[in-house]
Design a protein around this ligand. Structure first.
Ligand code: FE
Length: 334
């Protein structure tokens, strides 16, 4: 594309008639995961959706573009990312009964700056051969001596583990969390390394017996020729907190302050929490709908059901700095 046609395309996208305006989205998620649900929206409303993949740096980009930004919406994963975008003062509150009814209060910002659209649980992958049914049922169990040299995990300071640590703090306080973190560290089979799937590979290879990971990676592994063997060596255990449920995080969405097509953007947000859209979107990345009663894909359903922990994500965000400090103090990553 020449610079001129690129400019024209941008202008065309942002100066169309209001009634037919496109909705422009900055997303850190792979556009392929989002496209099917956007196509369903376009089919229903005639409103086109433009997806711009921004791999990190969404906040910097929105700040640099200021009021001239073409972005109406931002979509990303993890409370840490949603919180940092909200904290940058680039999002506008959305007050919508549809969104407030569909999205449980603990999975959205109290001021309406962001809304969870799908959830993923942080669960335990357990060796089918070396871990018995019922041998691990809680996150607290991971601190037990019986797991010495048997646990694998990615870095303790990765967002996924910091959110989990934040939940441990929410349930047990900072001191309890520090004890838990140091005991889990003592049970590690190896220095934290790799991503969530690398831990399942390590279980498959016999290096450890259980690992922490997000649920959707099971879906990714069983649909990958090389990784399907790793997936076959484990089963999913949904641990709970002793005084709570299973830890979940979200993918979410927020409206920008400068949204040129605000009305259509809010219409899209509301569409995304409808039963059909929830099922389409959740299925693409093997996640769970936030809408109560929306269908879960057959594959995801086959992993079993669980009760999500109800600690508000904003509470987890509030504990993040302490979670990071504790992980560093106990030298979790060695
Ligand atoms: Fe991930």
């Amino acid at each position: 594309m020449t610079l001129r046609t690129a400019l024209f395309a941008t202008l065309a996208a942002t100066t169309a008639l209001p009634a037919l305006a496109d909705v422009n989205i900055y997303t850190t998620r792979q556009p392929e995961l989002i496209q099917p649900v956007m196509d369903a929206f376009t089919a229903e409303t005639g409103i086109a959706v433009n997806l711009a993949f921004v791999d990190g740096g969404i906040v910097e980009r929105l700040l640099a573009e200021g009021s001239r930004s073409p972005a109406d919406l931002v979509m990303t994963v993890d409370i840490a990312n949603l919180k940092s975008i909200a904290d940058a003062d680039v999002l506008a509150p959305v007050s919508s009964e549809t969104l407030d009814t569909a999205v449980p209060a603990n999975l959205r910002d109290p001021e309406g700056l962001w809304f969870g659209l799908t959830t993923r649980a942080r669960i335990i992958y357990a060796s089918r051969d070396r871990v018995a049914d019922g041998e691990v049922t809680t996150y607290e169990d991971l601190a037990d001596d019986k797991w010495e040299g048997r646990i694998c995990t990615r870095s303790g300071v990765h967002n996924y583990n910091l959110a989990l640590m934040s939940a441990i703090i929410a349930h047990h306080g900072e001191e309890g969390a520090a004890t838990w973190a140091s005991e889990v560290r003592d049970n590690l089979a190896r220095t934290p390394q790799g991503n969530d799937r690398a831990q399942v590979k390590a279980i498959w290879a016999g290096e450890c017996d259980i690992s922490l990971g997000n649920t959707y990676y099971m879906g990714k592994m069983v649909n990958n020729e090389e990784q399907i063997e790793w997936a076959g060596s484990v089963r999913i255990v949904f641990p709970t907190f002793e005084n709570g449920g299973t830890h979940v995080n979200v993918s979410g969405i927020g409206l920008t302050q400068s949204a040129p097509n605000r009305e259509e953007a809010v219409q899209l947000m509301e569409f995304l929490v409808s039963p059909t859209a929830q099922s389409i979107y959740a299925e693409e990345n093997y996640e769970y709908p936030v809408l109560d009663g929306a269908d879960v894909s057959e594959l995801v359903g086959s992993w079993g059901s669980f009760t999500a922990d109800e600690t508000p994500l904003t509470d987890l965000a509030g504990h993040r700095a302490d979670a990071l400090r504790i992980m560093e103090e106990v030298n979790f990553d060695g």
